[in-house]
Design a protein. Structure first.
Length: 457
């Protein structure tokens, strides 16, 4: 996968093609007391904020927008719907919203690329519009399940036709007048809950969304902040249809990006060496990785320094006083709050004292790859015994040994875990397929270069 070459390329901050093959030569621990690091901007909030701006009343200004392949696909799709998106500086966008009836399609086929979030949010916005479009994605995305979004949208009256395999993209959406009512989300995932909130904005009456797990609540926070009534009672959300106000948002740093930097640090640091990360989103529904690190023996301090937008943000300090300990990661809410970081947990578990078990994470099977299988395979490539279980995996620690050459799967989260394992093994490992890191984080190789000597092949 390459960073899509479109009219946003070259304009946002990190726009450039990545190398596909790198040699991790050796580890060089970050200097003691080195500078604080700032993770890349949050992808999940960037995705939601751009779609929200597209349906808001007026022109919104977004800063520190994630420049990654998933967000580019999202922007390109919005462009095809006639939404005016102007890049005004690195990571800065001005987006002028259009009422559902004002969508002016320039191309009926919207390609979400690799991004399930983009595809699911688009399906919801289109379901209540006056347009007739096809939402599709790349080969990986076309194999991912869509029924968790399709079924409740249809209950609200959406007209969606499956053009390929049942329950998969490509899907044709003929815009319809959606009704209000009650819908159930029967998976742990945050995406259907977000999608249904977007659908509710344009429904004929309030929509109650019943879910079984609290997961990232960025959409509810953004909607409330832009004037849409979203009431919560226990796990249920009640969304009253309303056109959101235009807004001015600075996207915080990505907790997933913070997790990568933290894992690279822990894989290379001397005991007692500290890492400080700044301007990170500290939404507790996203920071489960920090709680898992604490359970593994790290000392983690979070300090909220800004709460003015819809999300808390601040600094994270991490220090590992002694060796990592194995842990049990379980419980749907904890798992959801660290869902994208579980491959990193498994990588660090390779050198922990004692076994690590991850449970309640069956959802990982429906990501860019089956992340349970690909994480187990990755660990095996480094000589670490890991085993897939029906809802997670088990890691028996050992001594990671770098394979001379390793072809990585097209899954950014597994690639990040490979970077951590390459450090834990002390380097000496050529990794190919690393370009897919651009899905969420084109700067991932630069992050790795802070902790290792690299050669671009
Ligand atoms: O809502 C989101 O932005 C996301 C939610 C998670 O997926 P699920 O909602 O399918 O768990 C996560 O894995 C994905 O990276 C982004
Ligand atoms: C799975 C991910 O995103 P999405 O579901 O949006 O493709 C991810 O970023 O790890």
């Amino acid at each position: 996968m390459t960073v899509p070459d479109d009219r946003y390329a070259g304009l946002l901050d990190q726009a450039r093609a990545l190398p596909d093959r790198i040699l991790v030569r050796s580890v060089h621990p970050a200097e003691a007391g080195g500078p604080a690091l700032q993770p890349h901007p949050d992808k999940a909030i960037s995705q939601r904020a751009t779609v929200l701006a597209a349906v808001a009343d007026g022109t919104s200004r977004l800063s520190n927008v994630a420049d990654c392949a998933d967000v580019r696909c999202n922007l390109r799709a919005l462009g095809k719907l006639g939404i005016q998106v102007r890049v005004t500086g690195p990571g800065e966008l001005m987006v002028t919203g259009t009422a559902a009836s004002g969508i002016r399609i320039t191309d009926r086929t919207l390609d979400a690329g690799n991004s399930a979030t983009t595809s699911r949010l688009l399906l919801a916005v289109l379901a209540g519009s006056t347009s007739d479009c096809v939402v599709t994605g790349n080969r990986l995305l076309r194999s991912r399940p869509m029924t968790e979004v399709l079924d409740p949208l249809r209950e609200l009256g959406a007209e969606i036709e499956e053009l390929g395999e049942p329950g998969r993209l490509p899907l044709r959406v003929r815009g319809a007048r959606l009704r209000g009512g009650e819908v159930n989300v029967t998976v742990d995932s945050a995406q259907p809950v977000s999608a249904l909130q977007f659908a509710a904005l344009n429904a004929a009456g309030p929509v109650r969304i019943r879910r079984r797990t609290m997961a990232r609540d960025h959409t509810e926070r953004l909607l409330r902040w832009t004037g849409v009534p979203v009431a919560q009672s226990e796990l249920d959300l009640l969304v009253t249809p309303r056109r959101p106000r235009a807004f001015d948002l600075t996207v915080p740093g990505d907790p997933s990006g913070a997790a990568l930097l933290a894992a690279l640090h822990l894989a290379s640091a001397q005991p007692g060496q500290e890492l400080t990360l700044t301007r990170v989103g500290l939404n507790p529904l996203r920071t489960g990785f920090l709680r898992i690190l604490a359970a593994m023996g790290a000392t983690v301090t979070e300090t909220v320094t800004s709460q003015d937008g819809p999300e808390p943000a601040g600094d994270i300090r991490i220090v590992l006083p002694g060796p990592l300990r194995g842990t049990v990661v379980e419980g749907r809410q904890l798992v959801q709050s660290a869902i994208d970081e579980l491959p990193l947990v498994a990588a660090l578990a390779a050198v922990a004292k004692g076994r690590t078990v991850i449970r309640d994470a069956a959802e990982l099977k429906g990501k860019d790859t089956d992340r349970i299988a690909s994480t187990v395979e990755l660990l095996a490539a480094f000589g670490i015994a890991a085993r897939a279980t029906p809802d997670g995996l088990m890691v028996e620690p050992g001594t990671p040994v770098a394979p001379e050459q390793l072809r990585l799967p097209a899954d950014h989260r597994v690639i990040f875990a490979a970077f951590v394992l390459a450090l834990l093994a002390g380097g000496g490992c050529e990794l190919s397929g690393v370009r897919a890191a651009a899905t969420s984080h084109p700067g991932a190789i630069d992050d790795l270069a802070r902790f290792a000597r690299l050669e671009i092949r």
